[in-house]
Design a protein around this ligand. Structure first.
Ligand code: SF4
Ligand code: SF4
Length: 140
């Protein structure tokens, strides 16, 4: 199974080789998507974990037993229209017409209610007007 999670660390927890143990002891593939540690060494990691269902669950128990707060990742696509140069590239990739071109005005618009988070648009934008926003809270 593959899942994205957010882990919130205290200073003591951030000193530990948590990623190493997830890989070595639980045979998980860890893909770190975003990390932020403040000067007090508190912070969070957004990561994708992949492995067998059993090992995935054991890995989460390991994190929770360390006192790491684990939450499912909430993410959304955000379109910055001020950065958009109306090239139309994203609309040709978007399978749900969340990003679409109005045929009368030829302007691109974004309807987040239609977005299925497929990520097809993220790489094609020349100005990075479309980004993936991870919904994370302040560090513990
Ligand atoms: S993530 Fe997928 S569905 Fe959402 S706007 Fe981009 S291409 Fe469209
Ligand atoms: S690819 Fe980027 S710049 Fe081009 S229309 Fe889409 S959001 Fe705008």
């Amino acid at each position: 199974m593959k899942n994205k999670i957010v882990c919130y660390f205290s200073a003591a927890q951030s000193e530990q080789p948590i990623i190493y143990r997830l890989v070595k002891n639980y045979d998980l593939i860890v893909n770190i998507l975003k990390a932020d540690i403040n000067p007090l060494k508190q912070g969070y990691l957004v990561m994708e974990l992949e492995g067998s269902k059993e090992k995935y669950k054991e890995g989460l128990v390991f994190l929770k037993n360390l006192g790491v707060i684990v939450e499912p990742l909430s993410e959304k696509v955000v379109w910055h229209d001020d950065l958009c140069i109306q090239c139309g590239a994203c609309a040709s990739f978007c399978p749900t017409e969340a990003l679409a071109i109005d045929r009368e005005t030829m302007l691109v618009s974004f309807d987040d209610t239609k977005c299925v988070l497929c990520s097809m648009c993220l790489e094609c934008c020349p100005t990075r007007a479309i980004i993936l926003h991870f919904d994370v809270r302040e560090a513990v």
